[in-house]
Design a binder for this molecule. Structure first.
Ligand code: DCP
Ligand code: MG
Length: 648
């Protein structure tokens, strides 16, 4: 078929959104990766995926894509997707230009660099550990079915007309999936049953699963309510069990404890274990042996999108600029990978090509911040917004109290109805943890933004009490000594970045090459979504760009304001934070911010700065600033950045 006329007649075929081009299990990839190339590419997926088991047989892929396109056309979501597409396109063009400038001599030079890196990475290979990744099946939906067995076997969506969080496997057959607006889902599946979310229930069941995990690995790493990594090396050796046997036993134990099924992957490292847990979903397991040959065979034809940390942007870049679609292609194109990407990115890509991933249990890192956020149907109703804020403050307070945390840096995150992300922070004079105190300060921050139409509110607390004691001694050392290793060694850099690569969605979004000017309107402190174990990242109605976001972008944010020189050195204090330390980077940015705010305040210059800004601001924004100044210590982050830039 002529591709031009195809594109003109069927515009939806080139429309990719979180729910038409998501990182998902093989099943979802088959139904949502609808661009022709991706579509073919997933059909070449070499594992024996049992589509009956996955319940995806008979999905009318073209129909799904058409419905999604037609129903979202013209919406703000659609516009935002298009903006993101334009951003990716721009980045691809830039890289393509860089590529054409490379001479043969350059390529030969980078070939040598690549070979050296590969030797170093290979030397770091550790096949002595057995890692297990568990992922609950259709988690929220399964919990709802457990609660109401009459829903069993029916197409079910958890969420509402605006967004759904997940869908039962019966609903997935129609193309319904997480982060899809409910009205589109209903169009795809007219008999779809909607059940509203109930986070207390999901948290309860999540805690039950964690009780089981603890018996196998007391240091298990939970990466969301329904996913965790367990190092079962000791269990295997102490009890003389194979990884396969431990996986089967663990799945049984989880079922006995919760009545829910999960899927498990077992492999020599976490990166591979996560890929494996997706292969025989639902209620299945896949074991990859601790053998280099087995790993290399497994990885050779694995689509790069299956790898944690490779999201939509990275996938497009690698495919469109270098023709890389499988992990093996990373090695085949190693010279170009090294020529076009930063050291840390190329290390990551090459390690993906070698099937390397994290094998050490990370040391218990001191918590740097705790956060919670909710996505809901966009609203400008202030009563509703303050109600949400109160709920979030309550959750944050209760999470803090569980961990006996007291903090004095509160950050409010907002996503507007047009998907713009903003953060506002306040540095407090005293440590707080009660709902009332959190809410009072958060209310001041939110009031300063009114009127506003929002679809997400989040709160993050940082700068905890004990941490400040260290901070007084040496503000940079505290972070360095606690959990930061230098990014200079390849193997170390890799080991450091691994966890978040497994969980963050788009590795390249952190790349210095790609952070500079993203062309989007998102303003956030962070580049990649990666929440620590117990942060409560909740969604009321799901949102393609929140909890499991594949498109979080980095632009005009505090991380970028700081600037990560060479991709990992803080331009303000020289601290080294390798790629993958998103949480720490965010925290570090907050730290500088709080420090500056405090300095500003004590020097009584803050108001001047704010007023300087106010003098040039619109009457509307002047009103906002005035409202905010009720909270005595509040300085909007934007004001701080304006000042920061001037002083540079
Ligand atoms: N979730 C959400 N919003 C998303 C994706 C997921 O709120 N965009 C929630 C609902 C899911 C839970 O997180 O039930 C776990 O996410 P998974 O990606 O593991 O999806 P499921 O467990 O629902 O299904 P699967 O069987 O594919 O793991
Ligand atoms: Mg799951």
């Amino acid at each position: 078929m002529d591709s031009k006329s195809e594109g003109e007649d069927r515009p939806w075929q080139s429309y990719h959104t979180a729910y038409t081009n998501a990182k998902a299990g093989p099943s979802l990839s088959l139904s949502f990766s609808l661009s022709l190339s991706l579509y073919k590419f997933f059909f070449h997926f070499s594992f024996s995926v049992n589509t009956n088991l996955l319940g995806m047989e008979g999905v009318d892929k073209e129909k799904v894509q058409k419905v999604v396109y037609e129903m979202s056309k013209g919406s703000k979501y659609f516009e935002n997707e298009q903006r993101k597409e334009a951003y990716i396109k721009q980045k691809i063009e830039n890289l393509q230009q860089q590529r054409t400038k490379l001479t043969d001599k350059d390529i030969a030079h980078f070939q040598k660099i690549a070979e050296k890196k590969i030797v170093e990475l290979e030397a770091s290979r550790d096949l002595t550990k057995t890692w297990l990744h568990t992922d609950m099946d259709a988690f929220y939906a399964a919990v709802e079915i457990l609660d109401n067995p009459s829903l069993k076997g029916k197409p079910l969506a958890v969420g509402g007309m605006s967004m759904i969080c997940t869908a039962s496997y019966e609903a997935r057959k129609f193309g319904v999936r997480a982060a899809m607006p409910g009205f589109i889902a209903r169009k795809l599946c007219p008999d779809l049953i909607f059940v509203p979310t109930n986070f207390d229930k999901y948290t309860h069941f999540s805690e039950l699963t964690r009780k089981v995990f603890r018996q196998y690995d007391p240091n298990f790493i939970a990466t969301s309510l329904d996913e965790a990594y367990l190092n079962v090396t000791d269990v295997c050796s102490e009890r003389g069990l194979s990884g396969e046997e431990v996986a089967a036993e663990l799945r049984g134990a989880i079922y006995d404890e919760t009545g829910l099924t999960c899927s498990v992957g077992v492999a020599p490292n976490r990166m591979l274990a996560k890929v494996c847990s997706d292969i025989n979903k639902p209620n299945g397991q896949f074991i990859l042996l601790n053998d280099r040959g087995a790993v290399m065979t497994f990885i050779s034809s694995l689509p790069i999108r299956k790898i944690g940390g490779i999201g939509k942007v990275t996938e497009h870049m690698l495919r469109d600029v270098l023709g890389i679609t499988t992990c093996d292609d990373m090695l085949k194109n190693s010279a170009l990978v090294c020529a076009l990407f930063s050291d840390l990115s190329s290390d990551f890509f090459l390690s993906v090509g070698l099937g390397l991933g994290g094998t050490h249990t990370p040391e218990n890192r001191m918590r740097k911040s705790i956060s919670t956020e909710r996505t809901f149907t966009a609203t400008s109703d202030t009563t509703l917004l303050f109600q949400k804020l109160a709920d979030i403050a309550e959750t944050l307070s209760s999470d803090m109290q569980k961990e006996n945390l007291w903090g004095r840096n509160l950050t409010l995150k907002l996503k507007t109805s047009s998907f713009e992300v903003k953060t506002r922070a306040v540095s407090l004079q005293k440590y707080i943890s009660s709902k009332e105190e959190i809410l009072t300060n958060a209310t001041n921050l939110l009031k300063a933004e009114l009127p506003v139409s929002l679809r997400l509110i989040g709160l993050r607390m940082s700068q905890f009490r004990d941490e400040d004691k260290h901070a007084l001694v040496d503000p940079t050392q505290k972070t360095l000594s606690e959990f930061i290793l230098s990014g200079s060694s390849h193997s170390k850099a890799y080991e450091n970045q691994d966890i978040s690569s497994e969980n963050s969605s788009d590795y390249l979004l952190e790349d210095k090459n790609l952070c500079e000017s993203d062309g989007t309107r998102e303003k956030e402190h962070r580049c990649v979504t990666s929440e620590p174990e117990s942060s409560s990242k909740r969604e009321e109605l799901g949102d393609s760009s929140s909890a499991k976001d594949i498109n979080e972008t980095c632009g005009g944010n505090a991380n970028c304001e700081i600037q990560w020189v060479d991709g990992y050195i803080c331009s303000k204090c020289g601290i080294e934070l390798p790629l993958g330390f998103e949480e720490e980077r965010r925290e570090h940015a907050d730290y500088h911010l709080a420090q500056s705010l405090q300095q500003e305040e004590s020097a009584h210059v803050a108001h001047d700065k704010v007023y300087h800004k106010l003098e040039h601001s619109s009457p509307k924004s002047r009103k906002k600033q005035k409202a905010s100044s009720q909270g005595a210590k509040f300085i909007p982050i934007d004001a701080f950045f304006t000042k920061g830039k001037k002083n540079l």
